[in-house]
Ligand binder design. Structure first.
Ligand SMILES: [Zn+2]
Length: 394
């Protein structure tokens, strides 16, 4: 069923009073659910809510709920709480308030960029073909990371009974993030950037070796291609798929990582007692067959939509919608920024919603409550009213 949900950080709800905000969102704006960010990497949020204090919310990230230690016995990674949380646990209050008023509750869970885990547990980090260790991304192929992610999923399911959990970062089989803060990140072209993202951490290498793939030769090959581009100042021509087509050993290595990744997401789906949603970002691996297999245990895809909407096959929404269209049991939602550019003007917000309903998406996620001033909320109210009529929802 079509639904409109709004994404929110827990502190934005808590500051204004959880019951009050949910009253406004459900009663006045008319949204059917809320997606609460349960963990994140480093963030800096400029808050648009009236009288928000502090105006800028900075966090090194971490998890935004009190962990139940019994769920983390199988991993050496211990959950790192965001310092903002102290001893409080607002997610419990938010969950109880949602259940009481029959409002859908989703948790957003990043899987690669969880604040300070890479620093505190260096054995878990993703690495480039040259062995550069990420200061940002952990690798889900690492068994401790996989068990940690399973712990987070079961902890959230058992203690807060969400309707769904949305996994961020699982729309690609690897990410190292080693160039994320480099001014030169685009100098190698999309092919070079993609090649730098292929993970060669010890866990990935061991996993490939077990599959009979020569991981060391694959690393040497990727490194040689990158070195040629870096030293000559020329971009790496073509996409990752083009590169793989011309490099058998690297192709075999990437194929085995993609297969392992499908298994990791499958086991997360087994661990979850609620629906899983796969977030599809602009950085998703644009391999439709692979994404379909990764999401086989998921009920929904939530794809980031460009506003104004594009019909380009490069657009994450067009790609995800196409993948979901091949299966009866997989629905595609769209995520749109609820900032001033679209939601500063009610007719524009209604127009964006109309285009999404016409495209046949199964729901819309507004990103996010903390950046919405009163004008954006008024726009959201009209857009949601339009969607309720057009999609014929309760
Ligand atoms: Zn790895």
């Amino acid at each position: 069923m079509f639904s409109v949900q709004i994404i929110a950080y827990p502190w934005d709800l808590e500051d204004e009073g959880i019951e009050h905000v949910l009253d406004v969102l459900q009663g006045e704006i008319g949204v059917q659910g809320i997606s609460v960010v349960a963990a994140s990497g480093p963030l800096c949020e400029l808050r648009a809510r009236p009288d928000a204090s502090p105006r800028i919310f900075r966090s090194r990230g971490g998890i935004f709920f009190q962990p139940d230690d019994s769920h983390y016995a199988n991993t050496r990674i211990k959950p790192i709480l965001s310092r903002w949380l102290k001893t409080r646990n607002p997610i419990a209050t938010i969950a109880a308030a949602c259940h009481k008023r029959d409002m859908k509750l989703r948790f957003i869970l990043p899987t690669r960029r969880i604040g300070r885990v890479a620093d505190r547990f260096p054995v878990t980090v993703a690495k480039s073909a040259f062995g550069d260790a990420s200061d940002l991304c952990i690798c889900p192929i690492n068994l401790d990371v996989e068990a940690f992610l399973q712990g987070l999923v079961t902890d959230l399911c058992q203690n807060y009974a969400p309707d769904s959990i949305e996994l961020y970062g699982m729309d690609r089989a690897f990410e190292t993030g080693v160039l994320a803060t480099s001014a030169d990140r685009y100098a190698l072209g999309p092919g070079g950037e993609a090649l730098y993202s292929v993970c060669f951490c010890e866990s990935c290498r061991q996993s490939a070796t077990r599959d009979g793939v020569d991981a060391e030769a694959a690393a040497r090959s990727a490194g040689a291609t990158l070195s040629r581009a870096i030293e000559s100042g020329r971009v790496v021509e073509g996409s990752l798929e083009d590169l793989l087509g011309a490099d058998r050993v690297l192709d075999a290595y990437v194929a085995t990582l993609r297969d392992r990744h499908i298994e990791v997401v499958g086991r997360l789906s087994d661990a979850a007692s609620c629906d899983l949603v796969l977030h599809v970002s602009a950085a998703a691996d644009r391999n439709a067959k692979w994404l379909s297999r990764v999401s086989s245990g998921c009920a929904r895809l939530n794809a980031e939509a460009d506003i104004p909407l594009s019909e380009s096959p490069d657009d994450a929404l067009t790609f995800a919608h196409d993948v979901a269209g091949r299966r009866d049991d997989l629905h595609c939602e769209a995520q749109i920024p609820a900032r001033e550019a679209t939601f500063g003007d009610p007719p524009l917000a209604v127009q964006a919603m109309k285009l999404l309903v016409d495209r046949g998406v199964g729901g819309v996620n507004l990103d996010h409550y903390g950046v919405m001033g009163q004008v954006e909320l008024a726009s959201a109210k009209q857009a949601v009213r339009y969607a309720r009529r057009a999609a014929n929802i309760g």
